[in-house]
Design a protein around this ligand. Structure first.
Ligand SMILES: [Zn+2]
Length: 425
């Protein structure tokens, strides 16, 4: 299932737009969603100055302000996706199985230029990138976007995902001697190497640490069985301790129960996937405040026809377990944040995650909170995620009311990031 992404390229390039940052902009629309209260506020007049929301529905407007009147639309805060692979293409046949030995970090960074634009034009103004290919293409993209060389969301990159030798985030399936990597590239065994891996990612500019705590769908090694625990508790604790000491949160890829529970006990900030949660996992997450970052659309998505049969089999095995775990976590009130895992499917289809979340049984407002105020909590920032005074001017618009029809999220018509307009249809 996919939808046609039919916008004209309407990125307003930064040269033009940066001059607008210094001036006062008024964004008007008939409606605005207050994600905290879950209410639609009408009308909506947002005063933006120097990239920050100065006030909402002020009693008077300053003279000389640039007015952007979006008419009968609904304003929302810029969206946040906590699980992207902005430099990754795992959806074009089986190309990805050998990309690691054919391509370079610049190849990945450059294909990420397109994906970053698609993500931003879908209304995602902030993303966490949880594991890129070797050579920090994700950090390079973050810097290029920050420097104004290209449009894209704010990126929290993880650099190399940290994995045991032969584990899910090792590049396996090749002959001995090919892609045999060390702690710098995220392949680390034992406490000392695990600490080195964290420190090396931090040295090179990552803003989050990603670890692979269990096997996964898109890997081939013997010991990457889907649910199997990979790191020991001692190794996990060393990673978390070191990352937190450096001010970095830890996101743990984890499908199977033992690996999930060990990662939570070690103090990770989020469980990515969380496919096979037990009652104990739920209790531990509630007790520690650990976030679940589930992937609802991926659970419905048909992998590309050329995908290796072993990968398809693992994916199908997980689907009913994912649905069950999601419901358990939601009903128990576990913290949850939005994380599409785009890169496994085309980045431009990311808004479909909202519809899939609703089909999993959650409310429209909770799905939108996962991608706004809940995501900021997991990121550890309070400067964005809602339309209120003092927050960054990350503002998007959609034609209708997302609380009545979440598929409106497919039709983002306006994107402002930090006061700069990147899309206006
Ligand atoms: Zn992923």
């Amino acid at each position: 299932m996919s939808f046609k992404f039919s916008i004209s390229l309407s990125v307003i390039f930064l040269l033009l737009a940066q001059s607008a940052v210094a001036q006062i902009i008024v964004v008007k629309a008939n409606n605005m969603l207050d994600v905290r209260s879950g209410k639609i506020v009408s009308p909506a007049v947002i005063l933006v100055k120097d990239g920050v929301i100065e006030s909402v529905n002020p009693s008077s407007l300053p003279s000389g302000a640039q007015i952007i009147d979006l008419g009968n639309q609904t304003l929302l805060p810029g969206l946040i996706d906590m699980h992207t692979h902005i430099t990754g293409d795992y959806f074009t046949g089986d190309e990805w199985t050998t990309a690691a030995v054919r391509q370079t970090a610049p190849d990945w960074a450059l294909q990420g230029v397109r994906f970053a634009r698609e993500i931003l034009e879908n209304g995602f103004t902030t993303v966490r990138d949880v594991g890129a290919q070797p050579g920090f293409p994700d950090v390079a993209l973050m810097r290029a976007i920050e420097a104004g060389h290209m449009p894209g969301p704010d990126i929290w990159p993880a650099g190399h995902a940290i994995s045991i030798t032969g584990g899910h985030c090792d590049w396996t399936g090749f002959a001995p001697g090919v892609m045999e990597l060390g702690p710098e590239a995220g392949i680390a065994d034992g406490v000392d190497e695990a600490m080195k891996a964290v420190r090396y990612q931090a040295k090179h500019g990552v803003r989050v640490i990603k670890i692979c705590a269990t096997g996964g769908v898109f890997s081939f090694s013997q010991n990457a069985e889907i649910g199997a625990q990979q790191y020991t508790l001692e190794e996990l604790e060393a990673i978390v301790h070191e990352a937190h000491k450096l001010g970095l949160k830890v996101a743990a890829h984890a499908h199977g129960t033992d690996g999930i529970n060990a990662a939570i006990r070690a103090g990770v900030d989020s469980i990515e996937h969380g496919s096979i949660l037990s009652d104990e996992s739920i209790d531990l997450m509630k007790e520690r405040g650990t976030f679940l970052v589930p992937q609802a659309y991926l659970n419905e998505f048909e992998l590309a026809p050329d995908t290796p049969p072993a990968t398809v089999a693992k994916n199908e095995y997980l689907k009913p377990l994912v649905t069950r775990s999601f419901k358990l976590a939601y009903e128990a009130g576990v913290n949850m944040a939005f994380g599409s895992d785009n890169g496994v499917f085309p980045h431009r289809d990311t808004p479909l995650e909202f519809e899939a979340l609703i089909r999993m049984g959650i409310s429209e407002i909770d799905a939108l909170r996962m991608a706004t105020i809940h995501a900021t909590k997991l990121l550890g920032v309070d400067d964005r995620g809602e339309l209120s005074a003092g927050k960054r001017a990350d503002i998007i618009a959609i034609p209708g009311n997302p609380l009545n029809d979440i598929s409106e999220m497919r039709s983002v018509s306006f994107v402002m990031k930090q006061g700069v307009i990147y899309k206006q249809l």
